[in-house]
Design a protein around this ligand. Sequence first.
Ligand code: ATP
Length: 306
Amino acid sequence: AYYVTVDKFQVGDYVLFGTYIIQLYTPLNWFGTYYRSVKDDVNAGDLLFTEGRVDFQNVCFSYTAGKEILSEVSFTVMPGQTVALVGPSGSGKSTIIRLLFRFYDVQGGCILIDGQDIYKVKQNSLRSYIGVVPQDTVLFNDNIRENIRYGRISASDQEVEEAAVAADIHHKILSFPDGYDTEVGERGLKLSGGEKQRVAIARTILKSPRIILLDEATSALDSQTECNIQASLAKVCANHTTLVVAHRLSTIIKADQILVLHDGRIAEQGRSVVLLTHRNSVSEYTRSQEDSEVGTSIQGGEGLML
Ligand code: ATP
């Protein structure tokens, strides 16, 4: 019911598969034919990207009539800054990411990038500036080199390897039986959750987008993996406007701004340190933890799950 136009997706496009954002690697994808849920305006032009400022202005949205998911959501992400979206399950965090990528159109208010309403620009142009690091990365049955090159099909082997180095997965790949030619997938090599996420980061580095949308994994990772991923993400996100659905305290601490969502509204907004110091909304969302435990975690809090 959500796919109403005849504008088919292309290879490289992102689609929503359930609640996950995934990238298509074949025009005939394995879960049936998907159609775009939003249409380009007849007068749509290209997005003129300048510095990467993002504005949500009184955004209202519902997936189904009568059930409002976002109500009057307004915030600004300044160029190069990172905003962490925090809040209980179902509060609308991922919806904000989906709307900025224009999987759906808003029903009230507007979303601006560098002052231009994303509703009025071509989807492909909008998406060419945005990179998504999804929570779950889909790897396909090909070798690891091609799996990374998928971020930018025209990338050379050398660029693929440089991206792998930056994502801190290069040495891991060299340890595989056939290095970059090692097959991944059903019959080939199986990668751990952390390794798959680093492949996604390498792809994003290759794409070199100006705005990054990051859906942080909710699954717990061992501390070394966590550390590696945080380091490679920091490289990708540095000086890029970033919106992150944050589940880890370490991510929230580093953000320039945090937005606490509750029932589709911004319940609180500010710099993380201030919110954490006051031990209000952020600590409320730590899973079954007492305040005192949160206090302890802040000092040694790398990788703590929220
Ligand atoms: P979580 O932390 O669990 O991922 P979230 O804060 O990211 O949650 P959203 O995924 O944005 O929450 O969902 C917000 C609300 O919208 C939820 O009540 C969810 O059930 C509903 N919702 C999400 N996707 C759809 C959809 N495709 N159709 C109808 N309702 C949806």
